[in-house]
Write a protein that binds this ligand. Structure first.
Ligand SMILES: Nc1nc2c(c(=O)[nH]1)N[C@H]1C(S)=C(S)[C@@H](COP(=O)(O)OP(=O)(O)OC[C@H]3O[C@@H](n4cnc5c(=O)[nH]c(N)nc54)[C@H](O)[C@@H]3O)O[C@H]1N2
Ligand SMILES: Nc1nc2c(c(=O)[nH]1)N[C@H]1C(S)=C(S)[C@@H](COP(=O)(O)OP(=O)(O)OC[C@H]3O[C@@H](n4cnc5c(=O)[nH]c(N)nc54)[C@H](O)[C@@H]3O)O[C@H]1N2
Ligand code: SF4
Ligand SMILES: [Mo]
Length: 782
């Protein structure tokens, strides 16, 4: 098995790759998997991943092809790494916790914590304690329930959910939280696609994407904006390859020339393994950070002008008249867009935008895909609204090969929302809960992630329960968040593996270990399955195949059900024991509460499951006007004063969100180091900095608090002018809690104004401290 010591920080840089996937990728996945577990367990997970009766990949939310059309290897390199990181043979035992104090664990890197393996039994840190110690499940539930019952108001508790959680447990958790009396259900989506939900709900009446895999395949033109699919949604490249084979085109808009966008070798096809691969992007727009709003405003300006010149030949007036509102105001605003503004914000030559416009005019069916490069900016919501304007103008909604495609992150992040995990669930959902369960859920909105941190920091929230995820590392302003968590009366986490959230404790802290997606789940002698919903609203079953990591583990459903029973007793009287014994009974309730899930148990037992209807595809828009809404969005662009850069905090190829597997980012040519900052050669020249110089990243923000991430090595890299890139979560310390997207409250993880200073961590002190301490700093308790 592979090493569990921190890799030595020893930066090596090779030229960025111009292709993704192919043979080396498969080899890398196997290397990582065999470093974690046996050949047998690796084979068992890989043969079952994404198969119709198998395990849903615990990685991203990209959908699988229909059940009959799947390959034997329907997974990507990263999916294989994610599942085998969970299937690891390593175990964290009570002896481990006796040996390592919490303070010692807090000094370890995120890598080290994750590499210790699967958690095996419930643990508690008592007030004043220095170590975690074993606790029985019953006592753990009594303790947590006691704290919840002791609060002055249910709104002093927070129930965080991360997107790996399955539908059944998510439905139970929101049911429990609401029966207990609060809508405080922050989730990872608050930090992810919240801007997409805000913009799409307002303009189209539903916060989800409208396209299917077939739509991608048959589209004439697919935009991929602010997204790095080669690393984060690798099998999306197979879909784009199909688009191209069918004669469609792909346009990539990014601040970095990401490998997967340029060329793609498909490992499932011999052609992909030996050939040069498929050129994916027909056009690559190397845009400035935050320039996407201006780009779509420019396209809309050109569309409206062209239609003004030759009325009725460019815009789809029949669609606009029948299905939309607000067109005139939008058209008027679009006519006024200034080319000086557009060129300054995008940094693109006019000819490139003209070329793009020609592609748009030549395409009857257009899809726009986007991810964090759009949502995590201050103006993420207006940018997505402008994307919607762009699609509405030519009727690119509701018909095949066209539509909106926010590409989701976690495998069930969309499903968790559908199940009611949202601090602002609409009243009809709450009414349906009341009808089904006979209690009145609280109507006032709850706290999201950012407001939840603020509430803990100010002592207004006192008990935190995280179900999946790694709240402390995923959230912005790490120092502030850590203070907030340490101020709680109790912090508890339902987790598969050890992470930073377990080392930053409230007075009392609980670790509640659970089954993972790959573990077999047997209740009352009967094997259970769970369900998930992917980014294209396909709902399907997932069945774990491996013996559980420890006999002490409870499923997430069981943990939520038992906690609910311990807290609520019979008030209201809900059949928590029955839910735990038979997950089918939870699905029966979901079928009666959540629209689109009628006859859930029967429909999900069909291989491949079913697709939730999207009203947009029936030209039904559930907005305030009953129509799809054009919006007017003011021009805005990030202000980057001289001497500064706009930092984006992003993922490397070898990580899953807050957990990194190796200090490599192969496609970008970064090896053996994570504390690097990518800056363009032009910016380096202007700032008087040099390649490989050691710098600190310092946030420029108006509240006077110093936010500094020390000891980053500069790598000269083709990032667009004015922008820099560095990995998350090491840089979360730099993102001010108050720096959020307008309307959605999503942290601006892609737009942090920084300056680069000569590092306080000199080469000499690095050598003195040795590698362990510098890695400790890298762990982020800075
Ligand atoms: N292997 C792996 N897969 C993952 C994850 C993981 O951590 N590892 N995480 C999952 C999750 S939860 C999510 S949300 C998704 C995230 O998927 P992505 O959104 O692809 O993730 P990021 O790494 O944040 O990359 C953001 C991309 O946007 C670009 N970008 C940044 N700023 C701008 C901008 O202003 N304009 C434009 N046009 N581009 C910009 C960046 O260069 C980068 O290519 O991935 C999911 N899949
Ligand atoms: N600076 C910056 N910050 C960001 C982002 C960014 O781009 N930049 N991206 C944001 C985004 S898009 C997201 S989605 C969030 C991610 O935030 P989270 O979803 O909170 O973080 P993860 O790293 O996915 O959580 C990993 C942990 O989940 C637990 N886990 C894994 N599988 C299971 C399971 O099956 N059950 C249970 N109960 N636990 C499990 C393990 O203990 C593991 O340590 O981070 C956000 N934060
Ligand atoms: S593309 Fe996403 S869901 Fe599919 S195998 Fe890869 S990580 Fe898993
Ligand atoms: Mo995400």
């Amino acid at each position: 098995m592979g090493s569990i010591e921190d890799p030595v920080d020893d930066l090596a840089v090779t030229p960025p790759k111009s292709w993704a996937t192919g043979v080396p990728a498969v080899t890398h996945a196997l290397q990582y998997s065999l470093g974690q577990t046996s050949v047998r367990r690796t084979a068992l997970t890989l043969l079952n991943i994404n198969q119709a009766k198998g395990i849903d990949c615990p990685g991203c939310a990209w959908p699988e092809p229909p059940a009959g059309k799947r390959h034997l290897n329907e997974y990507c390199e990263n999916g294989a790494k994610h599942i085998n990181d969970e299937a690891t043979s390593r175990r964290v035992t009570r002896e481990f916790f006796r040996e390592h104090s919490i303070a010692e664990l807090d000094g370890k890197s995120d890598y080290w914590l994750n590499q210790q393996g699967r958690l095996t039994e419930p643990m508690v840190k008592r007030p004043g304690g220095t170590h975690y110690e074993p606790i029985g499940w019953d006592e753990a539930f009594t303790l947590l329930a006691g704290e919840l019952k002791g609060l002055d108001s249910p709104d002093e508790a927070l129930f965080y959910v991360s997107g790996r959680l399955n539908n059944e447990a998510a439905f139970l958790l929101q049911l429990f939280a609401r029966a207990y009396g609060t809508n405080n259900l922050p989730d990872c989506s608050n930090m992810c696609h919240e801007s997409s939900g805000s913009a799409l709900n307002e303009t189209l009446g539903i916060g989800k994407g409208s396209v299917s895999l077939d739509d991608i395949h048959e589209s004439d033109l697919v935009f991929v904006v602010g997204q790095n699919p080669g690393t984060n949604h690798p099998r999306m490249l197979s879909a784009l390859e199909e688009t191209k084979r069918n004669g469609g085109q792909v346009v990539a808009v990014n601040t970095l020339p990401e490998a997967g966008l340029m060329r793609f070798k498909n490992p499932q096809k011999a052609r992909g393994v030996i050939g040069r691969g498929t050129e994916i992007a027909d056009q690559f727009l190397h845009i400035r950070a935050g320039g996407d709003l201006a780009l779509f405003q420019a396209l809309n300006h050109m569309l409206v002008e062209a239609d003004d010149t030759a009325p009725g030949t460019v815009l789809d007036h029949a669609f606009i008249d029948a299905h939309t509102s607000g067109f005139e105001e939008f058209a008027e605003q679009s006519r006024k867009v200034s080319w000086d503004d557009v060129l300054a914000a995008t940094g693109l030559p006019r000819e490139e935008i003209d070329e793009l416009f020609d592609r748009v005019l030549g395409a009857k069916k257009i899809i726009v895909c986007w991810a964090m490069g759009v949502t995590q900016h201050k103006h993420g919501v207006p940018t997505i609204r402008e994307i919607v304007n762009f699609l509405l103008a030519r009727g690119n909604l509701g018909r095949p090969g066209a539509g909106v495609c926010p590409v989701r992150g976690h495998s069930n992040v969309q499903g968790d929302r559908t199940m009611g995990v949202w601090e602002r669930m609409p009243q009809p959902f709450l009414d349906a809960l009341e009808r089904e369960f006979g209690f009145t859920p609280p109507a006032h909105h709850g706290l999201d992630a950012v407001d939840g941190i603020r509430a803990m920091h100010e002592g207004r929230a006192k008990v935190f329960l995280g179900v999946a995820g790694n709240f402390v590392r995923a959230t912005p302003d790490s120092a502030v968040t850590e203070e907030a968590m340490r101020g709680c009366r109790l912090t508890a986490h339902v987790s598969t593996k050890l992470n930073r959230s377990h080392t930053v404790c409230g007075d009392t802290a609980l670790i509640l270990p659970t089954l993972g997606r790959s573990d077999r789940d047997v209740q009352d002698g009967v094997e259970q399955f769970i369900t998930v919903e992917d980014s294209m609203s396909e709902v399907h079953a997932s069945r774990g195949k491996l013996p559980p990591a420890s006999p002490e583990l409870l499923s997430e459903v069981a943990i939520v059900a038992r906690l609910a029973r311990a807290t609520l007793g019979d008030e209201p009287a809900l059949p928590w024991e029955e839910f735990e014994r038979d997950y089918g009974t939870i699905r029966d309730r979901i079928a009666r509460v959540v629209p689109g899930f009628e006859d859930f148990n029967a429909r999900v037992s069909v291989p491949g499951g079913f697709t939730l209807p999207n009203p947009v595809n029936a030209y039904e828009f559930r907005t305030a006007t009953g129509k799809a809404r054009f919006t007017c969005n003011d021009f805005t662009m990030p202000d980057i004063p001289p001497g500064h850069l706009l930092l984006q905090t992003l993922r490397s190829h070898d990580q899953w969100n807050t957990v990194w597997y190796a200090p490599n980012d192969r496609y970008r040519g970064i090896h053996n180091a994570r504390r690097v900052v990518l800056v363009s050669p032009d910016d380096l020249r202007e700032l008087g900095l040099t390649d490989r110089e050691l710098v600190d990243l310092v946030t420029v923000w108006h509240d006077g608090r110093e936010r500094r991430a020390e000891g980053f090595r500069i790598v000269s890299y083709p990032s667009s002018k004015g922008s820099a890139a560095a990995y998350y979560p090491e840089t979360n310390v730099l993102v001010p809690l108050d720096s959020v997207a307008d309307i959605s409250n999503c942290p601006t993880s892609k737009g942090v104004l920084v300056r680069l200073e000569p590092s306080r961590t000199t080469e000499a002190s690095e050598a003195e401290n040795g590698s362990e301490e510098s890695q400790g700093a890298a762990a982020g308790s800075v």
